[in-house]
Design a protein around this ligand. Sequence first.
Ligand code: LCV
Length: 259
Amino acid sequence: MRLVLFDIEHAIGTLTLNHPRKRNALSNELVDELLDGFARMRAAEARVVVLRAADDAKVWSAGHDVDELPVSGRDPLGWDDALRHLVRAIEDFPCPVIAMVDGGVWGGACEVVLACDLVVAGPNATFAVTPAKLGVPYNVSGMMTFMNSANIRLVKEMVFTAQPVGAERAERMGMINHLVPAEELSSFTYGMAGVISKNSPLSIRVMKEQLRVLTGANPMTPRGFERIQGLRRIVYDSDDYREGIAAFKEKRPPSFSGS
Ligand code: LCV
């Protein structure tokens, strides 16, 4: 069974997450199929790509596949992690990627959605940033994605509470582009995709890359980067990280000691 469905029509591509049994968790296997899908879209000269889950999905994506997170004192979200590859593929894709979202978006899937260029959500969409629930040290690029997508007050609330934020508040706070009724979600999203697909793909491609370079142009000294990496190592070497992962796998609430 394909974990990602591929479709393209009139230069508008669609990649559909299709692993309901695991709530579209971003496993290495599913991400590999997404990366393949983006490569096929690039070859097919798609002008817009819609990233979505199946119509009946209650969960858009449960985020990183927790079963694939290392607990042996290794960075769980390093450069070569599947989630990192996926976020960069979206950011580097030469045309706009629209996240069409309804249902729950969890953890790293929140970063994936917010790394998309546009987000159109239905009323049942929720967004939860969950590292604190698992004891995970989120990575630098991911935190930049969140900071570039939402007011710092909202970012802090989301990362500290790990609680879902609803679509209505997400739109009100400017974290998503549009909140539309469920029955209009597809027509609205593909209507916007149609408008974009008729504009100059070259101009759009250049402006997307300009915006990527400019939003990433936050000076950080090597000392600052090393400081952050040292802090992250304290977390992924911690008992709390091991407890967060164990609790998830044992389907019980975690009991963090703070060490
Ligand atoms: C592996 C899963 C997952 C999953 N991985 O269905 O952002 S960070 O730093 O935290 C980053 C590291 C990250 O993204 O971590 C993952 C964060 N995700 C979450 O915390 C969400 C975890 N999942 C859930 O809370 C529930 O599964 C939701 C609310 C998404 C759906 O609940 P529902 O009752 O509909 P189940 O929980 O029964 O899940 C169905 C199957 O999918 C597996 C889960 O273990 C179960 O498998 P089994 O049937 O084999 O027990 N599953 C769900 N999420 N992220 N596996």
